[in-house]
Write a protein that binds this ligand. Structure first.
Ligand code: NAP
Length: 255
């Protein structure tokens, strides 16, 4: 039986670790040719190695999503061999520091988080816009519970702002590109055990316990828990779905 993504070329930013790596592997398993973007070449190579070892097709491209010109160059280079039809804007960082802290550190957190999580999403999407329009492509943006709230994660004004922005961008783009057949959706992961929160989980078990009290499924998630919704949103199974966010958060927002 043909895979769900046979004939597609999928690009995933931040594909060298955690959620991005899980999505890359799931897409490759379903027949997509995967382009693994990451600013960390070792991580991107690791993902490609896992995919190739499992019989899939993938290539690694070192890309810092904050570098707008580099994003354009990457898109031009890729267009020489084929247009992407799936883009996953997944690269992101988080730092949890109170906004009342050292002003220079607070300003740096703001700049770094917004430039990667928000500007980065724009830079990559804009660079690949014509390819996505030509292929009637699908965009999947990685939001968060913090696309709505940040009650369980204090000290994260910049991150919460960036993830609200991810949802806003998703809806605006879906409205604008629907006429071109391009679908744009988001996923809102709950607490997924990856490197982004490894230190916070180790340092602050109360934070994890607090999140679990709000999580009916009563466990943290794994990258595979996000790969399923990402596959759905990239495939024809979601042909009439655009402008939405699928929460993959163990039910966090129900309580
Ligand atoms: P992760 O394991 O740290 O993966 C993030 C990846 O993005 C890393 O490979 C990182 O590379 C890369 N990256 C960082 N800055 C970049 C840049 N400027 N250009 C290109 N790549 C860059 O974390 P994750 O949990 O999988 O996070 C993936 C996404 O899910 C993020 O958008 C995050 O906000 C979102 N999310 C995560 C959770 C969670 O609980 N884990 C919950 C909600 C949303 P480095 O090696 O340089 O770090």
């Amino acid at each position: 039986m043909a895979g769900l993504l046979e004939g597609h070329i999928a690009a995933v930013t931040g594909g060298g670790s955690g959620i991005g790596q899980g999505i890359c592997q799931a897409y490759a398993r379903e027949g997509a040719q995967v382009i693994v973007f990451d600013n960390n070449p070792a991580g991107a190579d690791e993902t490609v190695g896992l995919i190739v070892a499992a019989g899939g097709r993938a290539s690694a491209v070192t890309l810092d999503v904050t570098d707008r010109q580099a994003c354009r160059n990457a898109a031009e280079e890729i267009a020489k061999t084929g247009n992407i039809s799936i883009l996953v804007n997944n690269a992101g960082i988080n730092r949890r520091n109170p906004i009342t802290g050292d002003p220079a550190a607070v300003a740096k957190d703001w700049d770094d988080i917004l430039s990667i999580n928000l500007d980065g999403m724009f830079n990559v999407t804009h660079a690949f816009l014509e390819q996505l329009r030509a292929t009637k492509g699908r965009v999947v943006n990685i939001g968060s519970i913090q696309s709505f709230v940040h009650v369980s994660w204090p000290n994260s004004a910049a991150y919460t702002t960036s993830k609200h922005g991810v949802l806003g961008f998703t809806r605006a783009l879906a409205a604008e590109l629907g006429k071109d057949g391009v679908r744009v959706n988001a996923i809102g992961p709950g607490l997924i055990e990856t490197r982004i929160n490894a230190e916070a989980r180790a340092r602050n078990p109360d934070m994890v316990a607090n999140v679990m009290r709000h999580t009916p499924l009563n466990r943290p998630g794994k990258p595979e828990d996000i790969a399923g919704p990402a596959l759905f949103l990239a495939s024809d199974m979601s042909a009439y779905v655009t402008g939405c966010i699928i929460m993959a958060d163990g039910g966090f927002r129900t309580i």
